[in-house]
Design a protein around this ligand. Structure first.
Ligand code: PLP
Length: 387
């Protein structure tokens, strides 16, 4: 292989997909409970997504951001409308870039709004915010800060609980970044009253609350933003993954206009292809939500996961998560990698989270028949696991 060795890959891959089913080169079908990693929110070869991409390719894919880009402006307005409050958006190509933008916004806010410069950003233990050097340092897991890549960017701290974050807000602190449902360090939904308390404290101190909704946003937990489920209106929200239904896009959304020309930029960010596709994806997801189908899928997934918990009590300890961001925490000693391999052997795709959680991030428009078949295969995989 001529690829840098960054992933522990399976030795198979896919040629095409249809609905929530993927097909390998031999035509074997795999039920997808993973959506890439929470990316393919509308499954594969979705008719309107395909048409948008093809129509847009026939017109214009890219122009520089020094010119006006209509679908980009429309998407920024649509995001603000769906949030229900006025926001300003910066478009980029990934979750890490969206978080980089959030870091810069917070730093500029901290440098220009207080008597003494504030720059420190606090995150939560077990969080994950990206793979650039700054977002790695923002990530609250020491294993992501190995000495080999040092020196890192300064000005980040992380604590084990929201209570500790509040206690440790200092005169240097400008912002707190949280994932309302953590996705990489285990599926951990934060406590609603603690989050509300943090929001209140930050507001009183005129500091910024930033939510990383790269994984848990865009209807993943049942609402456009998970912040809505928590009853908060963050100062800055970042999205990526599911927003482009497979086309790379990230966005950092801010309640305050903080930047001026020259402060930040991205060559590809917010181009015609990505923003036109995201507009279609949002429209389709909104319709799915309105029709009750997303809520129904959440119900069906929960029923099936509860059934697995009841059937395999020696393997599965408990269910975690919100909406369609769900996890099965396995008992100590159960080999997570082996279970994922058995699932793949039975042609159902699931993910890991942390060291002991089987993670589910299915497309948000799965057919009942696809869900049924996927859980049938997963039951078979779990029954093949030798304790
Ligand atoms: N933030 C969260 C919560 C994520 O889950 C991820 C990726 O898994 C990122 C940021 C980084 O996103 P990307 O891989 O698109 O840079």
């Amino acid at each position: 292989m001529y690829l840098l060795n960054t992933y522990a890959r399976f030795d198979f891959g896919f040629e095409r997909g249809e609905g929530s089913v993927l097909f390998d080169a031999k035509g074997r079908d795999y039920i997808d409970f993973a959506s890439g990693i929470g990316v393919n929110s509308l499954g594969y070869a979705h008719k309107r997504v395909v048409k948008t991409i093809s129509d847009q390719a026939g017109k214009i894919l890219h122009s520089s951001n020094i010119y006006r880009i209509k679908p980009q402006e429309k998407l920024a307005k649509q995001i603000s409308k769906m949030l229900g409050f006025k926001t300003f958006s910066f478009f980029c190509n990934s979750g890490a870039e969206a978080n980089e933008c959030a870091i810069k916004l917070a730093r500029k806010y901290g440098a220009t709004n207080f008597k003494y410069k504030k720059f420190e950003i606090i995150s939560l233990a077990n969080s994950f915010h990206g793979r650039t050097l700054a977002t790695l340092k923002l990530t609250g897991q020491d294993k992501f800060h190995p000495e080999i890549y040092a020196p890192y960017i300064d000005g980040f701290k992380f604590y084990g609980s929201i209570g500790e974050i509040i206690e440790n807000i200092s005169e240097k602190t400008v912002a707190v970044m949280i994932e309302l449902v953590q996705g990489e360090g285990g599926i951990n939904a934060l406590d609603k009253s603690e989050v509300k308390c943090l929001a209140k404290v930050l507001k009183e101190k005129k500091l910024l609350l930033m939510t990383d909704e790269v994984q848990c946003g865009v209807f993943r937990t049942g609402e456009f933003v998970t912040s809505k489920l928590y009853g908060i209106k963050p100062d800055i929200i970042t999205f990526a993954k599911g927003l482009g239904a497979g086309v790379p896009i990230g966005v950092c959304v801010s309640k305050k206009e903080i930047f001026e020309p020259g402060d930040h930029g991205s060559t590809f960010g917010g181009n015609f292809l990505a923003t036109a596709t995201a507009l279609t994806a949002l429209d389709e997801l909104k319709k799915l939500k309105k029709s009750g189908k997303i809520d129904k899928q959440i119900e069906i997934f929960n029923e099936n996961l509860d059934e697995l918990c009841a059937k395999f009590p020696k393997v599965i300890k408990q269910k975690e998560g919100l909406g369609l961001m769900l996890g099965l925490v396995l008992h100590e000693g159960v080999n997570l990698a082996d279970i994922i391999k058995l699932a793949a052997k039975n042609r159902v795709l699931v993910l890991k989270s942390g060291t002991s959680t089987l993670r589910f991030l299915p497309p948000l428009n799965m057919k009942k028949s696809e869900i049924k078949e996927g859980f049938k295969r997963l039951q078979k995989a779990l029954s093949e696991y030798k304790i």
